[in-house]
Design a protein. Sequence first.
Length: 197
Amino acid sequence: MKNISTYLSILSLILVGVLFYLYFSSPRPFREHPPRPEGAERVHFRMAYFDIDSLQNNYEYFKDVSGQIKKKESDINSQLTALQDSYQKRIRELQAKSPTMTQSEGEAAQREYAQMQQKYQQRQVAMEQELKRSQIDLMNDVRGRIENYLKEYNKQHGYAFILSYEPGFMLYYKDSTYDITNEVISGLNSEYQKGKK
């Protein structure tokens, strides 16, 4: 999951660089901004942020989703191990019979072995794809819950942007005055507890 955010970070950095280059490389005619009408109020641009690591560590629904993903992964590993054990048992049976097998029986045993390998690989790929789909669905649900909560939260607070902060990601300074992490975690957990009842 952290690799995806790293790739997205790199991609966004490249795109910002391209936009920066395109913007400043082409000549632009000088344009004056229209004067502000008398008595017009200056608009304040407000931003806030929340720490994504703290949210992941303290948001109960995220913890539950992570637990579900780990359980599903463990179930898949158990199923694959059981399947592999049953195939290994059959292979040992075939190996024990191999000295007394005819040529046609030996060829049939090799075909059976190849089919077992193919079935195992197909089952493994199908289960891994199912796990990935499940992870994506659950993480999209978590993200949707956070976004919906922030929409409601922002109706009272009026921020232009609410950013998620991740250490080491293109944010070199943050003023803790605008840190709403605890409020967001508290609100999300409260909303989650109400939904569980």
